[in-house]
Each structure stands twice: as C-alpha cells, then as structure tokens.
Design a protein around this ligand. Structure first.
Ligand SMILES: NC(=O)c1ccc[n+]([C@@H]2O[C@H](COP(=O)([O-])OP(=O)(O)OC[C@H]3O[C@@H](n4cnc5c(N)ncnc54)[C@H](O)[C@@H]3O)[C@@H](O)[C@H]2O)c1
Length: 699
C-alpha cells in the first residue's frame, strides 16, 4: 500500500516515501507527506524532518498510474505538498539516493536543504512527454545550479549524476555511507538555524541572461522542429531570469497548461503509454514462467541473419551462426567484423568491446553445433520451400524446449510450425533492417505458439533492447502490411502528376523521417518487387501502379545500384532527383492513358492520402485481431518506420483529426474516381467508431 511512513530517529522525523516501484507521488504518498509534516511540526521532541525514498530511489515523480484519473488532481496536489514543505516551521531535508526525477526533484527543490548519495541521479524529464516541469522546477532549478546547467537539463530532460553537480548549490552535502544516518546527522546540525533557507528566495545571477536566452531560443527552436515543449522550457527559464519568483511560477503554470492540452504532448504521452502497454498480452499473465535463454543460434548469415547475430552478441548472448556454404558463411562473418570495426573506429565501441562481441559469435556449417541453443532464429531466403526445409532440419536437431523462430517478412508462420513436430515452440521474430540497429521487433504469434514461448521472447526482446509488439499471422504482419497501402498511394500520386521528390518532401515536412521513395531506395526496390510479383498474381482484383515494377525492370534497385527513384553519386547517400525517372513516369502515364491533373497536387492531399492509408489498414488489422490494441499499431510505426513521435502514430493521428473527418476525407478521395476509388472503403471499425463519435485509442 502506497504511503509515506513516519519514524523518529535522534529527534528527527524520518518520512519515507513508499510507493513501489519508484515512489511515484500518488495521492496516498502526497497525503502522507502533508500529514507527516503536520505531525512533526506539532511534536516538541522533533527538531527537523528528513524526506527519504524507500527502496532503490528517492522518487521518480508523478505516479503514472494516476495519469488521466481524478486522483492526479485530487488534494493535496504536488503544489500543495510543496507549499506544506516550504511552510514547515522546522527544517525539511531531502535525502536523495537512486533517482529524483520530475516531481520528485521538484519536491526536493522545495525542501530547505538537500543531501544526496554520491551516485544519486537527478533529472527533469518532462520535456520527453512534451511538457515542462510544472511544479516550480523551471524556477527553482536555475536558482541553485545556474541558468545554463538548468536550461541544459530541462530542455534535454537528461539524467545528471549528483557528483557532477557537486559544485552547484543543488546539494548542501553529498553523503558517504548510510544515507539516512548521514541525513539525520545533517538535520541535527542545522536544526536550530533560522531563518529557514528557501530556494525561491535566492536570486538568479547571470552576467548576460538576456543574451544567453536569446541564443538558446535560436538553438533550441532549430533543433526541435515539430516539438513545442523545448522552446516553452526556454520561455519558462526566461521568466525565471527576468521575473520575481511568484510571477515566474505563474508563467511556468501557464506554459505547462498550454503544452498539456496541446496535440504534441498528447501524442508523446500516448507513445509513452504505448511502449508500456505493448509488453502486456491479455491472455498471457505477467507471471508466466519463461524459459532461460543463455545461448542462441541464427540460420543464414545474410543481411538479416548478420544483424540478428550481432543483436545477440551485443546483449552478451553467445550465438552460433549457420550457413549453407563456406563462402556465404565467410562473407557473412566478414560483414559482421567490418560492422564492429566501423563502430570501434567511430568510437561507439572500444576495440576491446568489439573483440568481446566478436568472440561470442561462432560460425558453423553443421546443425549439430546449433542443436544445444535455447533459441534459434531462421533468416534464410524468403521462400516457403527453403524455410520449411530448415524447420524440418531444426526439428530433427534442436534439443527439446528450444524456441524455433523465423524472421520471415511475408510467409505463413503456421505453415512453418506445421513443418515441425513442435508447433508450440514456433513463432515469428520479425526484425527490421539493419537488425542490430532498428528498435522494432514484431513478435508473431502463431496459432499454436505456447504462452511461455511468447512470454520468453517478449522478455528476450527487452534483453536485446528491442521494442517488441505482438502481431498475429497475416501477410506483412502489422508494419509491412500497412506500408504496402502507403506505398500504393504514393505510386498513385505519381500516376496523377506528382514526382517522387514532391511526395517525399511533403511527407518529410509533415514529420516522416524519410519519404516513401527515399525509403524504398534505401531498403532496396527489389525487395518490394519480389513480393509484388507473388502478391498481385494471387490478388488480381487489387489495383496497383506498375511504376515501381518498371523502375526495377531498369535495374534501379536504389542506393545499392546507385540509382532508384533518385540517382546517387558513388559512395554518397544524397538522393538526387533524376530526369530519367521523370521521363519514365511520363512515358508510363502516356502509355496507360493516365490524365495528369491540371493543377499540382497539394501537399496536404499527399500527406492525407498516404497517412490515412496507413490508418485505415491499421483499423483493418485491429478488426482482424492481428494487433492487440490500437496503441500497438502506432508503436510499430513510431519504432520502426520513422513516423513522427509528436504525432503519436497513424491511428492516433486519425483520432486527433477526428474519425468522422477522416471518413469524410476518404469518401471524397473515393468519389473522385480513378484507379484507387475502391481503396478508400473505410475499415469496418473506422466506419463504426466514426459514426459513434468514438476514437481508436481511449481518450
Ligand atoms: N532484408 C530486409 O530488409 C528484411 C527485413 C525483415 C525480414 N527479412 C527477412 O529475413 C530473411 C532473410 O532476408 P535477408 O535480406 O537477410 O536475405 P539474404 O539473401 O541477405 O540472406 C539469406 C541468407 O540465407 C542463406 N541461406 C539460404 N538458404 C539457406 C539454408 N538452407 N541454410 C542456411 N543458410 C541459408 C543464404 O546463403 C544467405 O546468406 C527473409 O525471410 C526476409 O524476408 C528481410
């Protein structure tokens, strides 16, 4: 039960914040602090108060479980607690260990004194949720660490070690040894000192605050396109530097409320909760026993197999990698070695770390070496026959209890499971390229996948530092299935008169890390070509533009061939528009009798068509139960496809626009006719929610 526990030691009241896991400042804790202060003030045997955190940390700040509930704003609020601390007639000492973050640090800043363990860490990370510290942090922190350090901390949200702040006035003492003992000793020493010092009464000094703030405004606004919070942090600090404390506090409040209600913070908070929700699987309890994963194996040392092998080695897991032939094995290992060497050259790893990781990788040509692994990930050619052969071999070779995973992008995981006598041990682990870099991992749950197998791989994903999202079996799973619709739209746009650079620019201006054509050139146009050859033979009813096939027929596979939708200078990655591509598109339009629109296609149409295509397919994926929840669909796009975090993901974006407006826009696209009229049929769930005035994500 969350609380603030009260005890007494040598005439000092010790108030221990106790709300696992991070002593979030939930309602009971807030009430407990206020009650404890009242009790300490009234007790003549108590001369001072020490606030400390139970367990491993002081406080992680607001209790995120209260977000969006009435408890968040119930009295006493954090503001009321802070006022009670400042007004306590006896000195209050914050004793910080572990971390003091957000509201936790703001609470400490209101105390008369602060002491900390040398290895404690502090941060005001609100900016990461599109907010600013709203309980005086922007006004108090600069008064103790100086304007420049405070601005760095608040604008970045990064964590800083107490030792690094030793020379500032944030801490009155760093304590060696037992923190509570040290803090109580400190409290006894200062118990009689009056008046009680308050950070709010300190003067903020800076030789040229105005000049510094002006420069910070320029720097921060250039670096935070799409994100309003960092600049608002600067504005709050400007108020700290120029206004009396109480007015600065009012300004901070006003800026905070503006951000809280704005779409970007809503989106960032959605992303934050999406990351937490994704780990939960409704029918797999959190205490499901997991299988130990001490060793791994990878089949295939190509682009993906190499990256997956490195992911295991980077996490310290010994990994055996198997290839069909010696030459391919050597090539694969050479690529891995080169990648580590390049990381070492760039200073991302020490040479010793690179060696350690390489030493964890063992190449082989025989299944006997793979057999003892706890998990094996298959990453051979995308061909059902080849993969089934590999799964039969794995079934023969692997020890009982080993997990058999496939990295397939499009094939039926259930069919692979059926190639074995242990379908419960089979699932998909869909990594993204480059696999040792990209965060996203789609964990594909087959019809027979065991719950413990699923739980084990979700836990393994955390070890590998991946963002795992569970997907059901379907062609393309969540991410690539949606991507296909996005790419179809971007090609229809070319048919109607747009050019690749225009489509890319419109989407990049909107916030996508990379437009669809630059992205295809990076990933390799041949990858989609290969898939389309199969897909559209199987589904002749689906309208699609042959333009991308044309491009591939010319050998323009993208960056790797020096030419794709753009051309590339040798050794460079800058996408240079190519008149040859414009000509190809023109010839294609003439040949198909496609009428180019009389006026240029507007950027907002480009964005709406591409992004609503994603959202609509996301809705279908939800209808079919392929994704567990709307936020999982969003997370796939945030973690794997460069979707702007401040827009929260494709489905969240549709919620933000309003589903009714989304459906109207889609109907308008359909009414215009053309090849893609059928494309714009709203998914059943979208249609229903729009009619009900609902949203995909709970509000
Ligand atoms: N390239 C991507 O961006 C990407 C992304 C996600 C998933 N995938 C999937 O990952 C898998 C591998 O793709 P890739 O791009 O790494 O292909 P790749 O052609 O680069 O590598 C495949 C490797 O598998 C080896 N191989 C083939 N048959 C084998 C066998 N029977 N036993 C052992 N090794 C064998 C080949 O020699 C080759 O080195 C495919 O299923 C693909 O769909 C690819």
């Amino acid at each position: 039960m969350a609380s603030a526990r009260y005890s007494e030691r040598d005439g000092v009241a010790v108030v221990s914040l106790d709300n696992p896991p991070v002593n979030g400042l939930g309602l009971e804790v807030r009430t407990g602090i206020v009650d404890a202060l009242t009790r300490a003030a009234a007790d003549p045997a108590v001369a001072a108060v020490v606030l400390v955190g139970a367990g491993k940390v002081f406080s992680g700040g607001a209790d995120i479980r209260e977000f969006g509930t009435p408890r968040m704003t119930a009295e006493p609020t954090l503001h009321a607690v802070i006022a009670a601390v400042e007004q306590c007639p006896k000195p209050v000492v914050a004793a910080i260990h572990g971390v003091a973050m957000g509201g936790g640090l703001e609470l400490a800043l209101a105390c008369h004194y602060r002491v900390a363990a040398r290895d404690a860490q502090v941060a005001l990370p609100e900016v990461k949720l599109g907010l600013l510290p709203g309980a005086g942090g922007t006004q108090r922190l600069p008064r103790v660490v100086g304007l420049e350090t405070a601005l760095d901390m608040i604008v970045s949200g990064e964590t800083v070690g107490a030792a690094a702040l030793e020379r500032t006035r944030l801490f009155d003492a760093l304590v060696e040894g037992d923190l509570v003992e040290g803090a109580v000793g400190f409290a006894r020493r200062i118990a009689q000192a009056r008046p009680l010092p308050l950070v709010r009464e300190r003067t903020l000094r800076h030789p040229d605050a105005e000049g510094f703030i002006a420069a910070a405004r320029g720097r921060v606004s250039a670096a935070s396109k799409g994100y309003p919070a960092p600049l608002k942090c600067v504005e709050a600090m400007a108020a700290a530097a120029s206004l009396p404390f109480a007015e600065g506090l009012r300004k901070e409040r006003e800026l905070f409320v503006g951000l809280l209600e704005g779409p970007e913070s809503r989106a960032l908070r959605h992303a934050f909760f999406a990351e937490r929700a994704a780990a939960k699987i409704p029918d797999v309890p959190e205490d499901t026993p997991v299988r130990p994963i001490r060793t791994a194996a990878v089949i295939g040392a190509g682009t993906m197999g190499g990256g997956i092998t490195m992911s295991f080695a980077n996490a310290g897991i010994p990994v055996v990698v198997l290839e069909a032939g010696r030459e391919a094995l050597e090539r694969g290992l050479a690529t891995i070695r080169k990648s580590y060497e390049s990381s070492a050259r760039k200073g991302k790893l020490t040479a010793a770390q690179a060696e350690e990781r390489l030493a964890l990788i063992r190449p082989t040509l025989g299944y006997a070496d793979v057999a003892p692994a706890d998990i094996v990930v298959e990453a051979v050619f995308e061909d059902m026959g080849v993969k089934q052969g590999v799964f039969r071999a794995l079934d023969e070779a692997m020890k009982p209890g080993a997990i058999l995973a496939t990295n397939t992008s499009t094939l039926d995981v259930n069919a692979l499971a059926r190639a074995t006598r242990r379908p419960a041990d089979v699932l998909g682990t869909h990594f993204f390229s480059p696999a040792h870099v990209m965060k996203l991992l789609e964990v594909v749950r087959g019809a027979a996948t065991g719950k413990d197998v699923l739980a084990t791989v979700m836990a393994l994903a955390r070890t590998l530092k991946k963002t795992a999202v569970v997907a059901g079996v379907c062609d393309g799973f969540i991410g690539n299935r949606m991507l296909e619709q996005y790419l179809r739209q971007s090609l229809f746009l070319l048919e109607e008169g747009a050019l690749p650079a225009q489509v890319d620019r419109a989407l990049e201006d909107w916030g996508m890390a990379m437009g669809p054509f630059r992205m295809s050139d990076l990933a390799g146009n041949d990858v989609g070509w290969y898939v389309r050859k199969r897909r559209y033979v199987e589904r002749p009813d689906v309208a699609y533009s042959r333009l991308a096939d044309r491009l591939c027929e010319q050998g323009r596979f993208g960056q790797k061939t020096g030419a794709g939708w753009y051309r590339y200078e040798p050794g460079r990655r800058d996408a240079i528009p190519d008149p040859a591509v414009d000509e190809m598109i023109g010839a294609y339009r003439r040949e198909k009798g496609l009428a180019v629109r009389p006026t240029a296609i507007a950027d907002d149409e480009i964005v709406d068509r591409c992004v609503l295509a994603l959202a609509n397919e996301g809705a279908r994926i939800l209808d079919e139960g392929i994704a567990q929840r709307a936020s999982d669909v969003d997370l796939v796009y945030l973690a794997g496809y460069g979707f702007p975090r401040y827009r929260g993901g494709p489905v969240f974006h549709a919620d933000t626009v309003g589903l009714d407006a989304v459906v109207r826009r889609m109907k308008a696209f359909a009414e215009r006719g053309g090849a893609d009229a059928a494309f714009w049929t709203p998914a059943p769930r979208l249609e229903r929610l729009a009619a009900e005035g609902g949203t995909f994500n709970p509000r």
